[in-house]
Design a protein around this ligand. Structure first.
Ligand SMILES: C[S@@+](CC[C@H](N)C(=O)[O-])C[C@H]1O[C@@H](n2cnc3c(N)ncnc32)[C@H](O)[C@@H]1O
Length: 209
């Protein structure tokens, strides 16, 4: 399918470009040792999910027939392009959010290049503002933005969850993500499943029967 090829080619181009992420990250961190790191420090860095994660996300979307997807943390759009591969099959749509305008605009270019711009709405700005009063029900929520915002974003969107909603938590092994997951684990509504040795957690709604 032409559309899927265009997405795959764009994903490969972006992974190639992200090869310098490590060097850019080290430079960013080294320059800012005296204050906490901010998203702006990573304005040139992809920080993307792995190919394995991306492919597994496509499988999950197709298996669970997810249509309405919300993503916190677009960056340059690698993960969103994997999500797009999934929703092309399920005939769904994606709302994704990115704080740094330059990254969001580059992501939109990438979505156009991959031919999937029509299925993806990019909301530019702080997710806590851009997703405020979000009205649609959510089948899959991907959390991959700043980790201290996982809980507030989750709480903001919780009214949009339904019995089969899946919450995908990337970088679950980071300190702030762990705090978030501990809070969710205490809530009887949810169950948690670890993937890739704890790098990712899937949160689902407990079946009441
Ligand atoms: C780990 S990267 C996302 C990687 C992307 N999901 C991928 O796999 O290609 C996290 C992104 O979240 C963005 N971000 C951080 N705080 C945010 C906020 N409050 N609202 C929206 N985006 C935010 C950062 O600028 C950064 O680009």
């Amino acid at each position: 399918m032409a559309e899927l090829n265009a997405i795959e080619n764009t994903i490969e181009e972006l992974y190639n470009d992200s090869k310098n992420d490590y060097i850019k990250m080290v430079k960013s961190v080294a320059k800012r040792v005296f204050r906490p790191l901010k998203p702006e420090d990573f304005k040139e860095v992809y920080l993307s999910i792995s190919r394995e994660q991306g492919k597994d996300l496509v499988t999950l979307i197709k298996k669970e027939q997810c249509k309405n997807i919300v993503e916190f943390g677009t960056s340059f759009g690698i993960s969103t392009l994997f999500l797009a591969q999934g929703i092309i099959e399920t005939k769904g749509n994606i709302v994704t959010t990115e704080l740094i305008e330059g990254k969001a605009l580059k992501a939109i270019e990438n979505f156009k290049k991959a031919g999937v711009n029509d299925y993806i709405e990019v909301r530019i700005g702080d997710a806590l503002q851009t997703l405020k009063n979000y009205a649609s029900s959510i089948d899959l929520l991907v959390l991959d933005g700043w980790k201290d915002l996982y809980l507030p974003v989750f709480k903001l969107l919780e009214p949009n969850f339904h019995k089969k909603t899946i919450i995908y938590v990337d970088n679950a092994d980071m300190l702030e993500s762990k705090v978030f997951l501990e809070i969710v684990a205490k809530d009887d509504t949810y169950q948690l499943e670890s993937m890739y040795g704890g790098k990712v957690y899937l949160i689902t709604i407990k079946n009441e029967e």
